[in-house]
Design a protein around this ligand. Structure first.
Ligand code: 4AD
Ligand code: MG
Length: 461
């Protein structure tokens, strides 16, 4: 007989028929002459109840089962007499696949703290919370591909090892095979010419620059892959390794890009509500009772548009006492972003046209010479979820901006070539996938929405 998934069993039209099901024991209890085992195989949040009669030859084994062990069960699918489930399995055979010593198994019936669960990230997928997390993450990843594929965007795989700093912000991890004890030296300095690639290389902070290459040939493209940032930020919204979705569109300006971002966010949130309903209800009940209402609100609202200059004026006249200063020319901090989207507007806000000094070299310079065509999308609780811009397509201005940013133009010769040969207006953004899942589930800490978080001093598993 073929194994059936718990999810498929519970979705059947009617009871009846033999089933083979396999999974991990959540709980087991005896009552009168029967034993009840709740098993989970991770295909759904729901457990399947297995009923074993005392007269069964397997009863003694069943009595010894405890939380965490794995079992294989055959039996008859029947309508459940008990409350809380539609069907249950009347067991014919129960086989122990793998024991889990109850004295040692770290996941007990009680509710564990999220901090403790991070220390056992190899077992936390078996909890309701992390099973639900994995399924919502999966659903949203699928929704992202679906959104772009349905709109004719090509999925591009950009390199993870790179020689250029896409953001010009210098927070990159070095990639090297040199002997760190005794690296080859030339004129006192480490000789990168001896390294694997013959020059300094890093893990990429963004696939944008390479995505631009493809946008300037295929028009509508996107990337979806891991990115790495060696920022020493120990916050609830920063990871050293995170996944980013980066659409890049040719013949598009900032207004077109903002529209795309709004449609995109609404579409993937709608997908999560419709297709991960059970798991979303779980997060809404146990983690943040406003999660679903917030998502519904966003899907049904239109995003506010503010320029950076307008945003600064609103912040200055807000009467709030912020920890960080507000003044034209300073970057917006998370507390400012949250004030704007949560208190001031109550909806997502697209802030545009930031001062050139606080944004990356590739953003298109406005006619005022002071601001660039940047765009950040801010959402309640998280702040910045998307960062993007219209790109500088004029070669002379781009070169100037690179020099001002202290970048070596020789490293970006190919990026400049794109402006020398058939340049066109184009724009793109990056969506932080973990921040998106964090927002959609109402989870407080970004470490709890990625299977194995990488943060400063933390790289177990
Ligand atoms: O605003 P960022 O730095 O933009 C870029 O990297 C552009 N190259 C994107 C583009 O235009 N193609 O990052 C984009 C998003 C942020 O809005 C945020 O959601 C997320 O990536 N992000 C992080 N998420 C988790 N941990 C970090 N350390 C993050 N840094 C950025
Ligand atoms: Mg940003």
């Amino acid at each position: 007989m073929q194994r059936s998934r718990v999810k498929d069993i519970l979705n059947r039209e009617a009871a009846g028929g033999p089933v083979l099901v396999q999974g991990w024991v959540k709980t087991r209890r005896s009552s009168g002459a029967v034993s009840f085992i709740q098993i989970s195989d991770g295909s759904t949040l729901k457990d399947l109840q297995i009923v074993v009669e005392q007269s069964s030859p397997h009863y003694a084994l069943v009595e010894s089962l405890n939380t965490g062990c794995s079992v294989s069960v055959t039996g008859e699918l029947v309508e459940s007499q008990g409350r809380g489930q539609k069907y249950e399995v009347n067991a014919q055979t129960v086989q122990l696949l793998g024991p889990a010593d109850p004295e040692e198994y770290p996941l007990q019936k009680k509710r564990h703290t999220l901090e403790f669960l991070r220390e056992i990230a190899h077992l936390r997928p078996r909890t309701n919370t992390f099973g639900a997390m994995a399924r919502v993450r999966n659903g949203m990843a699928y929704a992202i591909h679906r959104f772009f594929q349905e709109r004719g965007f090509q999925y591009i795989q950009t390199p993870m090892i790179t020689a250029s700093d896409a953001e010009g912000a210098g927070s990159m991890f070095r990639v090297t095979t040199l002997d760190l004890q005794e690296p080859p030296r030339r004129d006192g300095a480490v000789d990168a010419a001896e390294d694997f690639f013959g020059r300094p290389t890093y893990l990429t902070v963004s696939g944008q620059l390479e995505a631009e290459i493809f946008a300037l040939a295929l028009s509508d493209v996107y990337t979806f892959g891991p990115t790495f940032r060696a920022e020493n930020s120990n916050t609830s919204r920063h990871l050293a390794e995170f996944w980013m979705v980066e659409p890049e569109v040719a013949f598009c300006d900032l207004d077109g890009l903002a529209e795309l971002a709004e449609d995109f966010l609404k579409d993937i949130f709608r997908y999560a509500l419709d297709n991960c309903a059970e798991d979303m209800a779980f997060f809404n009940q146990w983690y943040d009772k406003s999660t679903i209402a917030t998502l519904e609100g966003i899907i049904n609202s239109s995003f506010e548009r503010l320029t950076y200059t307008e945003a600064v004026k609103l912040l200055e006249s807000s009467g709030e006492s912020f920890e960080f200063p507000v003044a034209w020319g300073l970057d917006l901090q998370s507390e400012h972003e949250r004030y704007l989207t949560e208190k001031r507007v109550g909806r997502p806000v697209v802030v545009t046209d930031y001062p050139r000094g606080i944004k990356a070299f590739y953003m298109r310079l406005n006619d005022d010479g002071e601001t660039v065509r940047a765009m950040d999308v801010l959402v309640p609780r998280i702040g910045e979820i998307i960062g993007g811009s219209q790109r500088e397509e004029r070669p002379d201005i781009l070169l100037e901006r690179m020099q001002q940013a202290g970048l070596d133009a020789a490293n970006y010769w190919w990026y400049l070539d794109l402006r020398r040969y058939g340049t066109v207006p184009h724009a793109g953004f990056g969506l932080g996938f973990e921040r998106t899942v964090q927002f959609a589930t109402g989870m407080q800490n970004i470490r709890d929405v990625i299977p194995f978080p990488r943060t400063p001093k933390n790289v177990e598993f």
